[in-house]
Ligand binder design. Structure first.
Ligand code: ADE
Length: 225
């Protein structure tokens, strides 16, 4: 899978996308992630990419031209399955969306900034608008990093034990059960006996019951869905 991220702050994305599992996915050739600095596509002498909004409201708005130029350039090189825009007023991101995005071949993510982007971009160039939650970030970069991370880690082969991605929280609308490691007792705090029993079915039943109990307590909305 190839992800092209368009941003005015590529340095914000460097860290999250060049470490750990996402880095490993790129090293294994399972994911390619490219950062494009929007300012490089500005024809303005000062590399400006924003302007005052028509109508006189506060804040700056990202202009059409540089965004159209970079998207057109990318589209001239290959076909894209989705052109995503990160924005707090987009569709709420969740595991199901991450799963379906991970099946795509080529995706563009445009990071929003300032007051927003000229609405004509959303009407004519964007195919999907995603919010990572009901709060406002300074820009769409962290949202793009969240989306890329969640999508890349579930590409088959990225996590060596595929089971481990499939048993994540939310994959079956349940929170994950608690996990423990050595020592089996610390300061008198004990690991549940069943996990030390070696009895596979009992362990599985216990994990499912814990997952249901935690979901009921912490995220009852998931069970309603
Ligand atoms: N940009 C600013 N806030 C955002 C959010 N919550 N989700 C996606 N993009 C954003």
């Amino acid at each position: 899978m190839r992800i092209d991220i368009i941003t005015v702050l590529p340095e914000l994305l460097d860290g999250p996308l060049n470490n750990s599992i996402v880095k490993r996915a790129q090293n294994k050739g399972l994911a390619e992630i490219y950062l494009h600095n929007l300012r490089d596509y500005s024809t303005n002498k000062y590399h400006r990419v924003d302007d005052y909004p028509f109508g006189g409201s506060a804040g700056m708005v990202m202009q059409i031209e540089p965004i159209d130029r970079v998207i057109s350039f990318l589209k001239s090189e290959r076909k894209y399955d989705e052109v995503i825009y990160t924005s707090p007023d987009g569709e709420q991101f969740n595991q199901k969306m991450a799963n379906s995005l991970s099946l795509l071949e080529n995706v563009i993510i445009l990071c929003g900034h300032y007051k927003g982007i000229d609405h004509r971009i959303r009407e004519h160039l964007i195919t999907k608008e995603i919010s990572i939650g009901d709060y406002v970030l300074t820009g769409g970069e962290l949202a793009a990093a969240v989306i890329a991370d969640a999508v890349v880690r579930i590409i088959p082969g990225v996590i060596s034990d595929e089971q481990s991605a499939l048993s994540d929280c939310f994959q079956d609308d349940l929170l994950a059960p608690p996990v423990y490691t050595r020592p089996a007792e610390y300061n008198g705090w004990k690991v549940p006996d069943v996990l030390l029993s070696g009895h596979e079915k009992n362990i599985h039943d216990w994990e499912l019951q814990q997952a249901i109990e935690r979901t009921k307590r912490i995220r009852p909305d998931l069970l309603k869905e």
